[in-house]
Design a protein around this ligand. Structure first.
Ligand code: UTP
Length: 468
C-alpha cells in the first residue's frame, strides 16, 4: 500500500475521504501541506466531540431551573480591602481570551487591536493594559497578564504589542499562549476544506483556554510567580476592570474555586447566557439553549426571574484549573455547536468562497461549563453601566458605536460624581465626547483624587481626553 493509500483508508474509516477530492490537481508542495493538515487532525477525537456536541445541546432540561443566589454590590464593597491585600501580595494574574475569530465584527485585525477609545482611538488591548498598569501602580505590584491567542491571530497579536512597546507594561509580564484548533464541518459532519489543499480549522472555544493553560506550560509560569488566582475576561469588553479588588475579595473570602460577575439583563431577549441554579449548583445556559417562554418569567416581586447575565468575567483558582486539567491538560468540558459562515471550497465546483448564511458548524468548549466541575462557586452582581459593553457586531446592538457611547456615558458619570458639570443633550445623553483612560483613573474614587481642586469646566460639544 502506498502512503497516500494508507491516508485514504484512514479517512474512509472516519468518513472524511472527500478531503482528498482535489489530490490529483495538487503540486508536490500543496500535497505535502494537505498531508500535514490531515496528520494534525485527531479524527477519532473530532468524531467523539461531534457526537457529544449534538447530545449535550439537546440535553438542556429547563424543568429544574431556579434563580441562583447572588451577592450584591454592597457585599463586594465589604470585602474590597481583602481583595486589595491579595492583589498587593502578587497572588492575582489577569487573563484575556483573545483567540476568537470575530466574524461578526468582520475586521481583518485581531479584535483586541480594534481602536475603541472614542477620543483616543486606543485599542481594546491598550485599554486593558492601562487597567493592569493602574493596578500595578496603586498596589505596588506586578500583575502578570496572560493573553490567549489562536493560530489565526497569534503573530499579529504579538506584533501589535511589540509595535506599541507593550503599552508601558514590562515585556516579561505579558505572556501569550495559543489555544488548539479543531476542524470545521458542514452540518452533516463532513470536514470542510478552506482551500483545495487546506483543512478548515477554527479555535476550540474559550473553554479551550483551560487545556491550553496546562498544555503550554502557563500554569507552571503562574505557580513560579506565586499566582494563585486568575482574573479572566474577554477581549471584547472595554468597560471591564482587568483586576477588580471587590471581585477578588469576594472570590477569596467565600472560598470559591470559580466565581462569576454578573449584571441584570438589558431585556428579556438579550443575547446573553443566563445564570441558573440547577439542583443547588450554579450554571450558565446560553441564550440559544434557554427556552424562549422562560425568558420573561417573573419572580414574586415582579422582577425578571432569570435576570442574571453572563458577562464572561470570572475568577478561577489556579489550583482548580490545575486539578480539572489533570496531568495531560485534558479537561472534560462538553462540546457545543455554533453555526458560522466560513470560507470553504465547494467540492463539486472546486470554487472557494464565503457563504452569505451559516454554512458550517464549529465545535466549541465554553469556559463557564467549568462551573459544574467546581465544588464551590460564587456569583457577584455589579452595575452594567460601569462594567459591561461588549463589542460583538459591526453595527447595532453590542457594537463599536454602543461601546463608544458607553465609555462616554461612564466617563460623564464619573465626572458628574466629582462635581464637574457635564453638559447634556435634551434626552440626557452627554453633550460632549469624554474619555478617561484607565491610566488616568480606573474608577470613580481614583478620578475624584485627580480632579479635586481642578475646577474643570466642560463646554457643550467639547471633546476631552483625560490621560497621563
Ligand atoms: P465570541 O463568542 O464573541 O466569539 O468570543 P468570537 O470568535 O470572538 O466572535 P464571532 O462569534 O466570530 O463574531 C467571546 C470571547 O472568547 C474569545 C474571543 O476572542 C472573545 O474574547 N474566544 C472565542 C477565544 O479566545 N477562543 C475561541 O475559540 C472563541
Amino acid at each position: 500500500m502506498t502512503a497516500i493509500d494508507a491516508v485514504r483508508s484512514q479517512l474512509v474509516e472516519h468518513e472524511q475521504e472527500h478531503l482528498l477530492t482535489f489530490w490529483d490537481e495538487l503540486d508536490e508542495t500543496k500535497r505535502a501541506e494537505l498531508l500535514a493538515d490531515i496528520e494534525s487532525v485527531d479524527f477519532s477525537g473530532f468524531q467523539a466531540a461531534w457526537a457529544q456536541a449534538h447530545k449535550s445541546d439537546e440535553s438542556v432540561d429547563p424543568t429544574g431551573f431556579a434563580a441562583p443566589a447572588c451577592l450584591d454590590v454592597m457585599e463586594g464593597r465589604r470585602v474590597r480591602a481583602a481583595g486589595e491585600q491579595i492583589i498587593r501580595e502578587g497572588r492575582v494574574a489577569a487573563m484575556t481570551v483573545a483567540g476568537g475569530q470575530a466574524t461578526r465584527l468582520g475586521v481583518d485585525i485581531p479584535k483586541g487591536a480594534y481602536p475603541i477609545g472614542p477620543v483616543s482611538g486606543a485599542s481594546l488591548f491598550q485599554i486593558f493594559a492601562e487597567g493592569v498598569g493602574a493596578t500595578n501602580k496603586r498596589y505596588e505590584c506586578r500583575v502578570p497578564w496572560y493573553v490567549m491567542t489562536s493560530r489565526a491571530n497569534h503573530g499579529e497579536t504579538v506584533s501589535f504589542f511589540e509595535k506599541h512597546d507593550f503599552f508601558g507594561l514590562r515585556r516579561g509580564d505579558v505572556l501569550f499562549f495559543s489555544q488548539s484548533m479543531i476542524p470545521v464541518a458542514s452540518v452533516d459532519g463532513k470536514i470542510l476544506l478552506e482551500d483545495k489543499h487546506r483543512i478548515a480549522m477554527s479555535p476550540n472555544g474559550h473553554g479551550g483556554s483551560l487545556t491550553a493553560l496546562a498544555e503550554t506550560g502557563i500554569l507552571g509560569d503562574m505557580k513560579a510567580r506565586g499566582v494563585e488566582f486568575l482574573s479572566y475576561f474577554q477581549v471584547d469588553n472595554p468597560l471591564v476592570r482587568p483586576v477588580d479588588p471587590e471581585f477578588v475579595g469576594a472570590h477569596v473570602t467565600k472560598g470559591s474555586q470559580m466565581s462569576s460577575l454578573t449584571v441584570g439583563k438589558a431585556s428579556d431577549d438579550e443575547k446573553v447566557g443566563v445564570f441558573v441554579d440547577i439542583g443547588g449548583e450554579l450554571r450558565i445556559v446560553e441564550y440559544s439553549d434557554f427556552p424562549v417562554e422562560m425568558t420573561g418569567r417573573k419572580n414574586e416581586s415582579g422582577g425578571r426571574m432569570f435576570d442574571l447575565a453572563n458577562i464572561a468575567v470570572h475568577m478561577l483558582d489556579v489550583a482548580f484549573v490545575e486539578s480539572v486539567t489533570g496531568g495531560d491538560g485534558r479537561v472534560s468540558l462538553p462540546w457545543h455547536r455554533a453555526g458560522k459562515k466560513v470560507h470553504a471550497v465547494d467540492l463539486s465546483t472546486g470554487q472557494a468562497g464565503t457563504a452569505d448564511a451559516p454554512n458550517a458548524v464549529k465545535l466549541e468548549m465554553f469556559v463557564f461549563d467549568a462551573l459544574s466541575l467546581a465544588d464551590k462557586t460564587m456569583l457577584l452582581k455589579t452595575d452594567r453601566a460601569e462594567r459591561f459593553s461588549p463589542v460583538k457586531n459591526a453595527q447595532g446592538v453590542d457594537s463599536v458605536a454602543t461601546a463608544k457611547r458607553d465609555i462616554v456615558r461612564r466617563s460623564a458619570r464619573w465626572m458628574g460624581a466629582c462635581g464637574v458639570s457635564v453638559p447634556t443633550k435634551a434626552g440626557g445623553e452627554p453633550d460632549c465626547v469624554l474619555e478617561i483612560s484607565p491610566g488616568y483613573a480606573d474608577d470613580e474614587p481614583a478620578l475624584m483624587e485627580r480632579e479635586t481642586g481642578t475646577d474643570r469646566k466642560i463646554a457643550s460639544g467639547e471633546t476631552l481626553l483625560l490621560r497621563c
